[in-house]
Design a protein around this ligand. Structure first.
Ligand SMILES: Cc1ncc(C[n+]2csc(CCOP(=O)(O)OP(=O)(O)O)c2C)c(N)n1
Length: 530
């Protein structure tokens, strides 16, 4: 007879899960044991938050929900940031925490607080595992996490429930929902056909529906419609294509080029566009009368307005909208001009600094290499400089914008896909999760962990200086990250000039195991760049 955790583990395996990430405690040992028995490898991280990002990386690689395991009390408390991230960044993360049985909590208080109340506001649902219904619960958790817009689900597993044997209650899993083709498209179709300057604004919802990104790309190419994406949707149309205007959302410098263009569009089609990624400059970027949208979840935000909004698979919605369309866009040279302006705005100057470093990496890495990027000035610059040739090739925290995500994202991705990936971090971000370099060593994940070392929280320092405030709490002492990595037993490379970086990148790319690549850049190097 299986135990509760055997049932949970078997159902997660059926859902495609092959890795779970976390930090153990006595309260989750049964669960970890069951996961391993079911064929789900448990990966020990150094912090639960990083483990959650590894789980997200695994989801990006496989499409199966991410699984994070944390123990009672402090372990659970460490999951808050990554659970908030999963809510903001639409990640199907299943957070499983160990807890005490009801009878125990009536008198025992050590490490005990209400896990479900803590995570409640952040998750789609929080379950407590019950004997006799674990299969029903885990099926619900998987479906809720994945459909229709992904998000986190929490499961608290009391110790006594975990080890209780019982037979499964229900074998048939809950069916995934099928795409719905929207109706009432007559007016929008007429407006599309009459449009002279149509524009597609593509967002992250497109990535979560099978074939949707490809459908929108094919429509744009077939009808000659230019595409702007958010950072998460970068690569839906290869960014070297003449119709691609690249990814946007956080750079005032790039916004100054694309927002005026959007204002001139006479028909804006928002395809899976979720403004949770966008900075405040993206409030009302178009005239509502000239815009329509296809979204996974009802538009309850007030960042932008549209004349018609359909809740559906945005790929199916866009395909239905274009059905029978004959377009003759008349953008003239405007798109090519905007592309040239964007290119010029983010082409590095002569001086050694972050733009030059990122441009070298962008030029030398393989086109299909998955890259993750952390939060800070480096992320904004990289999102503008990096050329994505396909969707899902650049991952980052774009809703919550939390620090400390890039290395674990790349590790989870690399461990699941077996493919070499690149993590790009600021030094403040790496400092936050330095212990995960030990996880990188232990897992042997095929990751090049790159750190831009300028001894500063540059994004915040820039804002502080711009606002005329005193320099405080943003600069810190110099760390030699290559030495740290060497001490941990990792292969380490260090570059302080463009020439050294070219050599280091070539060496890092030819290695197979994990590498730490430290790039030393001057402080205040982001001035004027983003
Ligand atoms: C967990 C968390 N704490 C604080 C912030 C605010 N914040 C955003 S970017 C940033 C600086 C990041 O510094 P670094 O990693 O050195 O990157 P840089 O800005 O220098 O590129 C800070 C503190 C955040 N986004 N997340």
């Amino acid at each position: 007879m299986p135990t509760s955790v055997d049932i949970i583990a078997a159902r997660l395996f059926d859902a495609g899960v092959r890795h779970a990430f976390g930090v153990p405690g006595g309260e989750v040992l049964d669960l970890i044991d069951a996961l391993e028995r079911a064929g789900i490898r448990f990966v020990l991280a150094r912090h639960e938050n990083a483990a959650g990002f590894m789980a997200e990386g695994a989801w990006h690689a496989t499409g199966a929900p991410g699984v994070l395991v944390a123990t009672v009390g402090p372990g659970m408390a460490n999951t808050v940031n990554v659970t908030a991230n999963a809510e903001q960044d639409r990640v199907p993360l299943i957070v499983m925490t160990g807890c005490y049985d009801d009878a125990t909590t009536l008198r025992y208080t050590h490490q005990i607080f209400d896990h479900r109340a803590v995570l409640g506001p952040l998750v789609k649902a929080s379950f407590e595992a019950r004997v006799g219904a674990c299969d029903v619960m885990i099926d619900k958790a998987v479906r809720l996490a994945l459909d229709p817009q992904p998000g986190p689900v929490h499961i608290d597993i009391p110790i006594g429930v975990a080890s209780t044997e019982h037979s499964p209650a229900r074998v048939v899993p809950i069916a995934a929902t099928s795409p719905v083709v929207p109706a009432n498209l007559t007016d929008a179709r007429a407006r599309l056909s009459a449009a002279k300057r149509p524009l597609i604004v593509a967002g992250l919802d497109l990535l979560n529906h099978a074939g949707a990104a490809q459908a929108v790309r094919d429509l744009a190419l077939a009808h000659g419609v230019p595409v702007i994406t958010t950072y998460k949707a970068k690569g839906i149309l290869a960014e070297d294509h003449p119709l691609s205007l690249g990814g946007h959302g956080l750079s005032p410098k790039s916004d100054a080029i694309v927002l005026p263009l959007i204002a001139q569009a006479d028909f804006v089609m928002c395809a899976g566009y979720d403004p949770i990624e966008m900075r405040s400059g993206w409030q009302d970027p178009w005239d509502a009368a000239r815009a329509v949208e296809f979204v996974s979840a009802p538009n309850r935000q007030a960042m932008h307005a549209v004349s018609q909004s359909w809740v559906c698979d945005p790929g199916a919605g866009m395909t239905a909208l274009f059905d029978g369309a004959t377009l003759a866009p008349e953008w003239g040279a405007q798109i090519a001009d905007a592309r040239a302006e964007l290119q010029a705005a983010f082409t590095p100057g002569e001086d050694w600094g972050p733009a030059q470093a990122l441009a070298i990496l962008n030029r030398m890495r393989p086109d299909d290499m998955m890259v993750s990027v952390d939060s800070g000035a480096h992320r904004i610059l990289m999102s503008q400089i990096w050329t994505c040739f396909a969707p899902h090739t650049m991952i980052q925290s774009t809703g919550l914008c939390t620090m400390g995500c890039a290395l674990p994202l790349a590790m989870g991705h690399g461990l699941s896909s077996g493919k070499r990936s690149l993590a790009m971090m600021g030094d403040g971000c790496l400092d936050m999760i330095l212990g995960e370099l030990a996880t990188l060593r232990d897992t042997d994940a095929p990751v090049i962990c790159t750190v831009l070392n300028d001894s500063s929280l540059s994004l915040i320092e820039l804002k502080q200086r711009r606002d005329g405030k005193q320099n405080t709490g943003v600069d810190f002492g110099a760390t030699n990250y290559a030495n740290v990595a060497t001490a941990l037993g990792l292969k380490a490379l260090r570059a302080t000039t463009a020439e050294e970086l070219e050599q280091a990148v070539a060496e890092a790319l030819s290695a197979t195991g994990p590498v730490l690549l430290e790039i030393v850049i001057p402080r205040r190097g982001y001035d004027g760049l983003i």
